[in-house]
Design a protein around this ligand. Structure first.
Ligand code: MCA
Ligand code: AMP
Length: 498
């Protein structure tokens, strides 16, 4: 049976005794052991009622079994739907209602809260450190082989929610072809081989840590130092025996803040990759001055996987995101018409990497994905004569904090619902650690309402990383003559509270 992603990423390792995952407690999981674990979990999924095309919702800790669950979902032909572990019950309710999964997998600690929002009859299973969750326990009893379910190139493999300017999160439908084509391009371009050891300190519920990092490594058969979370001390300890790291810019600014980062420390490293948020030119320069390594910056989106990358061999230029990946077309457009080199416009992208549309949202899909296959990214960029792309801004109202995307509209909707708030404007300001941070300007109709009270009401509704770090009470929001709120005015006037 053909199953495009399983056959490329997992099946080839059935007899591979090399280490795949090296965990914080020193445990090592071989590739062959991983293939068997995937099969065991696939049996549990099928027994729980998961059938081909079903969504498996996963809000789970970063464990080896969580990676195996991704593989098992692929092997039984289902669709993997990972969710940020910071999401609150009220955020989760929306995802579960919208995606209508056949199974929900969560942390043992959040099982009660999850069950409250799941329809009766929807199975909920758990994963927990030490193999203590119900999913892991059931898998232990299962056969280590499983008959792979056939899946073609256009079948869905992943559903990844990405917030939008409308406030409602949209599920980006990723096919087997979308994911495999991108993994193949990146593995070749970054020359990832079985001799590599990747430091993996990213979360595995987003494209970066899940698809960019794990799919490439699986394709190459490389080893992963799989860290439960980001920790500078751990990085410093592991860099000397590793060759590759993928991170968001915050990883690099935190490493730079540590005097142990020296050229001696990184002498075994082959490549540092950065993405998910703009890497400041000063970070790029300082990292090279300290270590001799030029960080390789690449650019992508949930809907498109990776779009461009700086070259492996060749100039990695600070402030640019490099060239379109092989098989990916990038055009810069103004009002939908392509413009030439040097002109700033909308970045549009077409290729096997581009998603299949938004889950249950044909109108949204039609707005952002053109009939000719080009996806409108919402990022503004410019192409040099040789095709090198630089991102110069965003047309979409988006804040990127520590690599997490925060859509102001979603937060404004929650704040505006607070009794006594007339209106609000959420905006991003520079932040030394996270790149950007979130502030909110509010206009009140009830003078008894205070910023602290608003924060208390907002808190249970939004993941902590989305919370405004300061509420500024204003008489009126600044508006232009068209009546549009001028967030640039707010950004200039207010800064992150020390
Ligand atoms: C944690 N906190 C944050 C963030 N992370 N606040 C704002 N922005 C953040 N990104 C808050 C917590 O709520 C908590 O708040 C406090 O910081 C400490 O939490 P902790 O978990 O200890 O934070 P940390 O471990 O220091 O995490 C920072 C981090 C993490 C390592 C930078 O955010 C991270 O791993 N970011 C990577 C995100 C990522 O993978 N993005 C890729 C998306 P308090 O103490 O006040 O309660 S995929 C993508 O963008 C596209 C496709 C692409 O191109 O890759
Ligand atoms: P998301 O799909 O929500 O994870 O976020 C995708 C967005 O992150 C893109 O549309 C860009 O705005 C931003 N992004 C990703 N990589 C980079 C980068 N290297 N430089 C600047 N912005 C980036």
């Amino acid at each position: 049976m053909t199953n495009v992603l399983y056959d490329a990423l997992i099946a080839p390792h059935a007899q591979n005794d090399a280490v795949f995952l090296s965990l914080d407690d020193g445990t090592e999981i071989s590739y062959a052991g991983f293939v068997e674990r995937v099969a065991q979990l696939a049996h549990v999924l099928v027994e729980a009622g998961v059938t081909p095309g079903d969504r498996v919702v996963v809000q789970a800790p970063k464990l080896s079994d969580t990676v195996a669950l991704y593989g098992a979902t692929l092997q039984c032909g289902a669709v993997y739907l990972p969710l940020n572990t910071a999401y609150t019950q009220s955020e989760l309710r929306y995802f579960i209602e919208d995606a209508a999964p056949a199974l929900v997998v969560c942390d043992s600690q959040t099982e009660g809260a999850l069950r409250e929002i799941c329809a009766p009859g929807l199975p909920v299973m758990t994963l927990a450190p030490g193999g203590l969750g119900s999913l892991s326990a059931q898998a232990n009893e299962k056969l280590t082989t499983f008959e792979t379910v056939a899946r073609g190139a256009d079948d869905l493999a992943g559903l990844l929610y990405t917030s939008g300017t409308t406030g409602r999160s949209k599920g980006a439908m990723m096919s087997h072809k979308n994911l495999l084509s991108n993994a193949q391009s990146l593995t070749a371009l970054w020359q990832i081989t079985r001799d590599d050891r990747l430091i993996h300190a990213l979360p595995i519920f987003h494209t970066h840590g899940l698809f960019v990092a794990l799919n490439t490594v699986l394709l190459a058969g490389a080893q992963v130092r799989f860290m439960a979370s980001f920790d500078v001390d751990e990085l410093v300890a592991e860099i000397p025996s590793s060759t590759l790291m993928m991170g968001v810019p915050t990883f690099y600014t935190r490493l730079l803040a540590d005097p142990r980062l020296t050229s001696g420390l990184v002498k075994n490293m082959r490549l540092f990759v950065s993405g998910s948020a703009p890497l400041l030119a000063e970070t790029h320069t300082a990292f090279e001055a300290r270590t001799g390594h030029r960080i390789l910056e690449r650019y992508g989106m949930t809907e498109t996987n990776m779009i461009t990358s700086n070259p492996f061999d060749g100039a990695r230029l600070a402030g640019t995101v490099g060239y379109a990946l092989p098989g990916v077309e990038v055009e810069i457009t103004i009002n939908g018409t392509p413009v030439g080199p040097g002109e700033i416009g909308m970045i549009e992208v077409r290729g096997d990497n581009v998603f299949q549309g938004y889950w249950n949202m044909p109108e949204k899909t039609a707005e952002e994905l053109r009939d000719n296959g080009f996806f409108i990214t919402g990022d503004l960029g410019v192409k040099a004569d040789d095709g090198r792309i630089s991102i110069v801004g965003r047309e979409k109202d988006l804040i990127i904090s520590g690599g997490y995307n925060i859509y102001p509209k979603e937060i404004e909707d929650v704040i505006n619902d607070v009794d006594g708030v007339l209106e609000s404007a959420v905006f991003g300001v520079p932040h030394v650690d996270f790149g950007e941070s979130v502030l909110a300007a509010v206009v009140l109709e009830d003078t008894a309402l205070t910023p602290d009270l608003i924060a208390d009401i907002v808190a249970p509704q939004l993941a902590r990383f989305k919370h405004p770090r300061r509420y500024i009470v204003m008489e009126a929001l600044p508006r232009n003559t068209m009546g549009k709120v001028q967030k640039n005015v707010l950004r200039t006037k207010y800064e992150y509270p020390e």
